[in-house]
Write a new protein. Structure first.
Length: 114
């Protein structure tokens, strides 16, 4: 059974930084594109960034230049370094493959105060 466990969220002031981690078990991580998504209250879940097995990355325009996605294939872990955080980044952050191949984890809450 595949599991996704996100961690690293918290409360931070605008302009601050957080680093999220996602540990993936099972076969979901191997050779797949992995991604971070987020869902703000009252909004649909959206794609934030993705990274291929070989490290090619892509970002939503809203986070480009501020967020960095990376992965450690030996540890089955994907990271999201978030800098210059804004209140509009407040959301629950999830990781998963792209396209979605397994059920969602519990996510990690990121709250950015102004």
């Amino acid at each position: 059974q595949v599991q996704l466990v996100e961690s690293g969220g918290g409360l931070v002031q605008a302009g601050g930084s957080l680093r999220l981690s996602c540990a993936a078990s099972g076969s979901i991580f191997s050779r797949n594109v992995m991604a971070w998504y987020r869902q703000a209250p009252g909004k649909q879940r959206e794609l934030v960034a993705h990274i291929t097995w070989t490290g090619t990355t892509n970002y939503a325009d809203s986070v480009k230049g501020r967020f960095t996605i990376s992965r450690d294939n030996a540890k089955n872990t994907v990271y999201l370094q978030m800098n210059s955080l804004k209140p509009e980044d407040t959301a629950v952050y999830y990781c998963n493959s792209q396209p979605i191949l397994t059920s969602w984890g519990q996510g990690t809450q990121v709250t950015v105060s102004s």
